[in-house]
Structure formats: C-alpha cells, structure tokens
Ligand binder design. Structure first.
Ligand code: FES
Ligand SMILES: [Fe+2]
Length: 316
C-alpha cells in the first residue's frame, strides 16, 4: 500500500508493552515488523517476513546471549542487523531493519520514510512529576486513519458514544489555539449525578467532580493528550494512533497520574485503566459501525478543530 502520511513519526510502542526478549509484532502502513527489547533495554526492529520461506519471525524466539531472533519454521537465526547469523561469517543483510528512535520509554519510527516533521516532545514536556500508571485501550480498530483521528478531535460525541460512563451534561471548549501541527484547547465538562450502582462498578467516578477542566494538546498526527485536573490530583492520557493498513488503525493510551493520597492512588490505578479501556471500546464500536464518509449536512459547535485536523491530513 502507499503509506498514509509518509514522513510522520509514529509512536509504535512503550517499553512496558515489549517485555524482555520477547518478539512483538506490529503492522505499520501495510508492513509487518517484529520488535524486541533485550535485557539491557536496547530495542530492535526488523521486517517480520523470514527471507527463507516467509514465516512470521514474531512467532519465533530470541536468543538472549546473541541478540538474535530465530524463525519458527526452520529455525534460521537472524541478528539485529537482519543478517543470517552464522558464527564467524558475516552475510549481507537479508532483512530490512526498521528505523527506531527510543526516547525514554517510548519507541518511535518513521516506518522507513524520509522524516517530514520531528518527533513531538509533548510526552517529555507534560509528564514530569507524574507516575506512569500503565497502558490501556490497546486496540486494532477496523476503520481508516482519518475516521480514527477525527473522533479524538470531536467534542460532541460524549453524549452519544460515551453517554453511560461519564454522564456528561455539557462541554464547553475554550482557548482554542492552532499552531501548525500542534493544537491546544481547554475543555470544561459538567456531569450529571451517578447512581450508587454506577459508582460501585467504576470507583474512578468517586473522584470526578461535577465540573472539571481538561487541558488538551494534540501533536498531529500521532498523539492526542489531555491533562484532567480533579480535587484529588491530576491524570494524563496520551493516545497514540498509527495506520496499520488502509482500513485498520492501531491505538493505545499511556496513562499517568499525580495523586498525593497513597490509599486513593492504589484504589484508582486499576479503575483508571479500566475506564480508559471502556472509553476506547466505545469509540471503537462507533468507528466500526460508521457508513462510508460523506459531506456532513449538519454542523455542530466546536467542529472547527475536527476540520482543521482533516485539512492537515488532506494537505499533508
Ligand atoms: S521460513 Fe524461516 S527459516 Fe525457513
Ligand atoms: Fe471518544
């Protein structure tokens, strides 16, 4: 396939998703790759197709001592440069390497394309002082990249897609700023009361007041982030999005928190990750059920930002 947004930096994994010496398969712009992290924290990426008889290397295994991956079919071994591993002989690389840039715990790639824009520094800028809680909402969504990115820039779907979980009554968008591939805004959310049953099944709701402010920042096209400030502390969600194929999009969310109260912190961690999983599940369901895109015949408030993202996509 022709790559979607060639030259964009994509956040393809967080270290915690890789484990140690375990093959991890990703698909980017129609190509499969295998990634792995060794015990020293070095991360490698190769084409996933074995050059012998095309078995998926990600089903193979890693040799810890030699930093090699072994094909599951005939057990040929390849080193981190994609060369066939034979003691004392160096062959030509038979497998293409995937370009990787590891920044802290985050693994970025341009997927073999010439970089067009730099890797955003958003994560390093907004997370200091926060604790990494975990990864949530990891999903491969049946839907093109544009539909997936637009839902992240859409301030009117809370009362439809997410009606049950947060009981949002109103959303006000303020302070919208555009600056090239970066956009920022403040979102003021007003919620309805939750029933006891809702609170019991989702304890995160106990900490969410009737009104609160989310600070959104987007680094088109790969990242959407927001900082939610509530009386007991702050949460950050950073959504990564990348095109797997023309009609499949991968997403996962890095979750961070800053909560002073230790008991609350322990209580909230799991329910926070669960809540993010649920939000992504609801978004996925919406995207997967859309009919093919047409020009909308109705406009809602605050849709400019969505059309701005669409313009960035179309004019890339
Ligand atoms: S297919 Fe990989 S070793 Fe034969
Ligand atoms: Fe959503």
């Amino acid at each position: 396939m022709h790559p979607i947004l060639p030259g964009a930096p994509w956040l393809i994994a967080h270290r915690s998703m890789l484990g140690v010496n375990k093959p991890h398969k990703i698909t980017l712009n129609g190509r499969d790759y295998v990634l792995w992290q060794n015990q020293r924290g070095e991360v490698f990426g190769l084409d996933n197709i074995c050059p012998h008889m095309q078995a998926p290397l990600s089903d193979g295994w890693i040799c810890r001592a030699r930093d090699t991956i072994t094909c599951p079919f005939h057990a040929l071994e390849f080193d981190t440069q994609g060369q066939l591993y034979r003691e004392e002989t160096v062959t030509q690389p038979l497998l293409e390497k995937l370009d990787l840039t590891v920044i802290g715990d985050n693994i970025w790639t341009y997927g073999g394309c010439e970089p067009k824009i730099p890797i955003p520094e958003l994560i390093e800028r907004i997370t200091p002082g926060f604790e990494f809680v975990g990864i949530a909402g990891s999903k491969s969504i049946q839907g093109d990249f544009l539909s997936n990115i637009l839902i992240n820039y859409d301030y009117n779907h809370q009362n439809g897609t997410h009606r049950e979980i947060f009981k949002i009554k109103a959303i006000e968008v303020n302070d919208y700023q555009e600056n090239g591939y970066t956009t920022k805004l403040l979102q003021k959310v007003t919620r309805d009361d939750n029933t006891f049953k809702e609170l019991a099944s989702n304890p995160v709701l106990f900490t969410v007041p009737k009104t609160f402010v989310n600070q959104f920042e987007y680094s088109f096209p790969s990242l959407t982030s927001f900082i939610a400030t509530i009386p007991s502390g702050q949460f950050i969600q950073i959504h990564s999005l990348y095109p797997e194929t023309e009609n499949r999009t991968k997403t996962f969310v890095l979750v961070f928190a800053k909560i002073q109260n230790l008991v609350l912190k322990i209580l909230l961690k799991n329910s926070l990750l669960k809540a993010v999983d649920e939000v992504i599940r609801q978004d996925t369901e919406t995207i997967e059920n859309l009919y093919p895109r047409q020009k909308p015949k109705i406009r809602l408030p605050n849709e400019e930002i969505m059309f701005y993202a669409q313009k960035l996509y179309q004019e890339w």
